[in-house]
Design a protein around this ligand. Structure first.
Ligand SMILES: [Fe+2]
Ligand SMILES: [Fe+2]
Length: 357
């Protein structure tokens, strides 16, 4: 089976799942010269489970996660594992994390977790770690080295001294458009761990890094930003092929910095507007990125969908399957040396949102 045959077969299977869904679930395929090594995994992110009171939670966010989990279990071919990209909870309470974990427990596959700022800033990740384990780690799967980072840490003073209560600290960080927030960072301790972890990996091994915030600087005002991005990028630089996949921004973004390709995934909860839609925003959306068309940024299922990722050439190609909108394909153009839109959404062909649920 050639890569392109494999891709067609895969898309057929994925299409069947997509037909019954409107959900932001990412399907990832890692294709190799030897098809026996091919494998796929699914990616769900940013569910923002929000507690109201008693046993009441915000219904839309619950539905988003429940449906993503159901679709993951229906996928064909079966994913080898599932990634959850962070922001499981809205305000990191025990109720939210328990409720989210219960929904995620319905996934039929091994699930790897990424820490989001909404999971962290109430108790600094204590309860999350009790439920899900380490906040940063690595693993190997069928010839690929995967790294999960906790990229949403910040300065000690902000974390430990500035706020009278943990609840206030959580609220300040949860309000992304908030001057009282603080820039995210991976931090020195974790960078040292990463340096040691990567030391033993052959530089020809495909490297895939998962973080919650982008390991690049896009827009500081909304914390679409990781303050020590350059230091982390320097550690990925020796690898022939490195990809960073991140959540947090709730929108399609892609970029190429040196040998590192960057791709954002979408959220199950809601889409974020692009920074440049705010006139006052000083922002650095990667120039490569052609923003998504959004018929209605306040429609919770607009600008959501799932991704098919193929790195058969060692370079990532993503098929963004957007519901209520035109699909997109972003692939590495070898001649130009960076990802580019192969098919993008023509503004004249926007499809208005159909159904609220
Ligand atoms: Fe989020
Ligand atoms: Fe986030």
């Amino acid at each position: 089976m050639t890569d392109s045959q494999g891709r067609r077969n895969f898309l057929k299977g994925a299409g069947a799942a997509a037909a019954v869904s409107t959900l932001p679930l990412s399907m990832v395929k890692l294709a190799f010269a030897d098809p026996a090594q091919d494998f796929t995994f699914a990616y769900i992110s940013d569910s923002h489970i929000q507690h109201i009171s008693g046993n009441k939670f915000v219904r839309n966010w619950d539905r988003g996660l429940i449906r993503a989990v159901a679709e993951t279990n229906l996928l064909s071919p079966k994913p080898d594992f599932v990634m959850f990209g962070g922001d499981l909870a809205q305000l990191a309470t025990k109720e939210e994390l328990d409720h989210g974990a219960e929904m995620l427990s319905k996934v039929n596959y091994k699930t790897y977790m990424v820490m989001g700022e909404h999971d962290y800033y109430l108790d600094l990740g204590e309860y999350w770690s009790k439920l899900f384990g380490d906040q940063y780690y690595s693993f190997d799967h069928k010839g690929v080295h995967f790294v999960v980072l906790n990229s949403i840490l910040t300065f000690d003073e902000w974390t430990h001294e500035r706020w009278p209560t943990p609840e206030q600290r959580m609220l300040e960080m949860a309000g992304l458009d908030n001057p009282n927030g603080s820039p995210f960072m991976v931090g020195e301790k974790q960078r040292e761990w990463l340096r040691k972890d990567l030391e033993k990996v052959d530089k020809k091994t495909p490297l895939v890094v998962f973080s919650h915030s982008p390991i690049q600087k896009i827009y500081k005002g909304w914390n679409f930003w990781t303050d020590d991005a350059e230091e982390v990028q320097a550690l990925l630089k020796p690898f022939d092929k490195a990809t960073v996949v991140y959540g947090h921004v709730h929108q399609i973004q892609y970029n190429q910095i040196g040998n590192i390709a960057f791709h954002a995934v979408m959220a199950t909860a809601w889409p974020w507007p692009y920074p440049q839609s705010y006139a006052q925003a000083e922002q650095h959306l990667p120039v490569l990125t052609v923003p998504m068309n959004r018929a209605d940024p306040f429609f919770e299922r607009d600008a959501t969908g799932w991704q098919f990722i193929d790195v058969g050439t060692g370079r990532v190609a993503l098929d963004y399957n957007l519901y209520n909108n035109e699909n997109r394909r972003v692939a590495f153009n070898a001649a130009k040396g960076h990802p580019e839109d192969m098919t993008f959404q023509d503004p004249a062909r926007r499809i208005p949102p159909q159904v609220h649920y």
